[in-house]
Design a protein around this ligand. Structure first.
Ligand code: PXL
Length: 287
């Protein structure tokens, strides 16, 4: 069984970060370990104010020390929301300690959406996040985060060529694979574009666009993509699966959009995801 560790906060209410990544990646048949970076009463996105925030940075080296003593190894390390520059440095050390030649490191540089930074982040944090991205095999920014990492202006819509250019510019940070999430080059389509610096290839995967902003879709997308890579899927398959699953979650949310304004209803979609990944695993074992 493949094993992944995901490092991100636990927002007790709001179905994002760990409370989304853990069920999704587990459903894919990947053993999922977690390092909670902070405990928040809710996520910090639009609609919530007055949330609590308990920083767990000091626990991370202690967890790492214990895991080293018991010899834990991971096929994938996937980082999401990180609360401070200091925490970024601690996580970089964790990656240095646990990365092997067979570990894939995926960094979702969670910093904002829809042209706005999430509460509590600033330019210093962007610089710090860039240094974490430099350690990754693969980064998954949305277009807001890509603009922050590149120091360019956010634009609501960019053509596919413009998005590819941004991806190529992001290679200079040092990671081989860049996946631009929430890519919507025209009003009818939404999905993701992957660029591979090693072979110069671009690959796009789109679904029909559903208008509106849906919180937590970035975390769900990154969870499925990371789980897929941990299972050994090729980049195209992992990208197609992530785009399709995220789209299904948004579709499942539409009938209860008013009450689920803070996230998406991924729960009814987990069964199909589990079946698809089990079929992928069985098929792979036949070769
Ligand atoms: O979904 C990304 C995310 C994760 N964790 C926390 C957040 C957000 C986005 O708002 O606030 C705490």
């Amino acid at each position: 069984m493949k094993r992944l560790v995901t490092i991100q906060d636990i927002s007790c209410f709001g179905k994002c970060s760990l409370t989304a990544a853990l069920p999704v990646i587990s459903a894919m048949g990947v053993e999922t370990s977690v390092i909670p970076t902070a405990v928040l009463s809710t996520h910090t996105g639009e609609g919530f104010t007055g949330y609590t925030f308990r920083d767990l940075t000091a626990d991370i080296p202690q967890i790492a020390e214990h895991w080293k003593r018991i010899g834990l190894k991971f096929d994938a390390i996937y980082t999401g929301y990180i609360g401070s520059c200091e925490q970024v440095e601690t996580i970089k050390r964790f990656i240095d300690d646990f990365r092997t030649d067979n570990t894939i490191v995926i960094v979702d540089p969670v910093m904002g959406d829809n042209g706005k930074m999430y509460a509590g982040f600033d330019g210093k944090f962007v610089k710090s996040m860039k240094t974490l991205c430099a350690q990754a095999d693969c980064i998954l920014p949305n277009s807001t985060e890509a603009a922050l990492l590149l120091g360019t202006d956010y634009k609501e819509r960019r053509s596919e060529d413009e998005l590819r250019k941004m991806i190529s510019d992001l290679f200079s940070i040092g990671c081989k694979i860049v996946v631009m999430t929430g890519a919507s080059p025209d009003p009818l389509h939404n999905g993701a574009i992957l660029g591979n610096a090693e072979n110069g290839e671009f690959y796009s995967s789109f679904c029909e666009n559903i208008s509106g902003n849906y919180h937590s879709t970035g975390d769900i997308f990154s969870g499925v993509f990371s789980g897929g890579l941990a299972l050994g899927m090729d980049l195209h398959k992992a990208l197609d699966l992530s785009v399709r699953f995220t789209h299904e979650c948004i579709k499942a949310t539409l009938p209860i959009r008013e009450e689920q304004w803070y996230s998406v209803r991924f729960e009814p979609c987990l069964g199909t995801l589990a079946q698809e990944c089990a079929a992928y695993n069985d098929d792979k074992q036949n070769f």
